[in-house]
Design a protein around this ligand. Sequence first.
Ligand code: 2P0
Length: 330
Amino acid sequence: MKSARAVAHTNIALVKYWGKRDSSPADLNLPAVGSLSLTLDRLRSETTVCPAGHDSFTLNQEPASGEVAGKVLRQLDRVWQAAGHAGPRPPCEVVSRNFLPTAAGLASSASGFAALTLAAAAAFDHDPGRPALSALARRGSGSAARSLWGGFVRLERGVAADGSDCRAYPLHPQAHWDVRLLIVHTERGPKAIGSTAGMQRSRDTSPYYGPWVDTSEADLAAAEAALAARDLAVLGDIVEHSCFKMHACMMASRPPIVYWRGATLDVVHAVWRLRAEGLQGYVTSDAGPHVKVLCLSGQADDLAARLRDVPGVHAVDLVGPGPDPTVEVL
Ligand code: 2P0
């Protein structure tokens, strides 16, 4: 094997993924719905995979072990297996750094598993093309499948039992549309429940899970058309609808899954109030209390300044569309 390094940027879903299909083996990790995302500038993971005497994983300059390291090493095994090499996988040293705002509550799994998959594939001489690597990244984390491209990306739900058609593809490059995403950091509470367990609970107990799944393809089609037309009002309406529908499904789970805090709703209402005043921002939020606001670049600074004044807001980061990942053999 070789040594290789990859950089992949994180992404935020504009049309959300929540829920998994049954699969065999279970770690195929097949989403129940497709999703559509914006890859973000600056916020990224950088991962190096090198031959070593034994397996190790270092995250943000600290040695990692337990479940965190286990997930990384299992992903290496998958890439090795996909590469079709004879014999056992050679031991690897994996070193990864996340460049994400410290308190952002932004999952590193999207950029992390995308960078890991790309670096491992290059290290193991496996080059099946980005679409197949996207399907491989999905097995590490669903949202990682979308970080194989910059700009605007769609993850297809697919129908194949082996997950081969459950992969992302690029819709538009980074330069398609000069939008901004404001990441509005609100108060931090203990995380209600991790995404994987939360999705399982919603599927098993939420009466809204079926309707959530059944209506997602229509949201994807409408969002794709609005994105192609660069129509922020239409896209923003779908972005908010997908977000609130997902959170309604989460909240109706038993026990309830409530990621929002008081400040989360205060920010949502502030965005709506500002919209009535002509600042066109649209909210979305993920498995955490922070709010992300989609807007045009020309209004981003004004909107950020106004949202910094909302009580309970700690910081507002501005990010734009991000680039494709990069891979180099060292
Ligand atoms: C998304 N989320 O579309 C949704 C919205 C969270 C809420 O993708 O179980 O870490 O590893 O496939 O990718 C977070 O889920 O979940 C996520 P797994 P992942 O961005």
